[in-house]
Design a protein around this ligand. Sequence first.
Ligand SMILES: [Mg+2]
Length: 210
Amino acid sequence: MHYDSILFDFDGVLADTEPIHHACWREVLAPLGINLDWETYRTRCIGLSDWEIMVMLATEHKPPLDPHLLYATRPVKQRMFAARMVAYPPIREATVDFISSLKKYRLAVVSSSDLSEIEPPLVACGIRPKLDALVTASDVKEPKPSPEPYLLAAHLLNAKSPLVVEDSLAGIASGKAAGFDVLRVESARSMPEALRSWLDRKNGRAPNFR
Ligand SMILES: [Mg+2]
């Protein structure tokens, strides 16, 4: 299989943003009696939309809370997140260099976050001009794990054989439901090496031969 395009998730694939998302949610939800620890966030929230996370936390709270009450903190959380993204740029230089080396593929970012959250860091690190499309929360009716986000990105790129790069269960399910190959990566830190050796294998080259 030779890919004509690569569709990247953003959080946890291009950028080390999940700890920042977690810290911001933890801070804004604490006054409402929600104690969101990292393990719960890491294992159960990553890959869900913000609304889905709020519904889960509200439903499991004793006594149950109105999810709208939790969701109302979202604008504050987003402002907090944007400020921290500027203070601590979350995209590593090795990732920027690696993306720049992928000249033979059309590239897109497919995220359940808002455009306002992911575009500024992509612009700041210089990756944005290399992307042919950005699909974010407001572009789709059904978020991941629905196939819609990845199908839309493939359509925008006129891609016939895309590869999806994901870190979360919901994202992987979305890419597979769209009918595309999915590479699962552990973290943004390990993504460049994992994707490079995957592409080398698919292209029939030994991983160390470049
Ligand atoms: Mg992710």
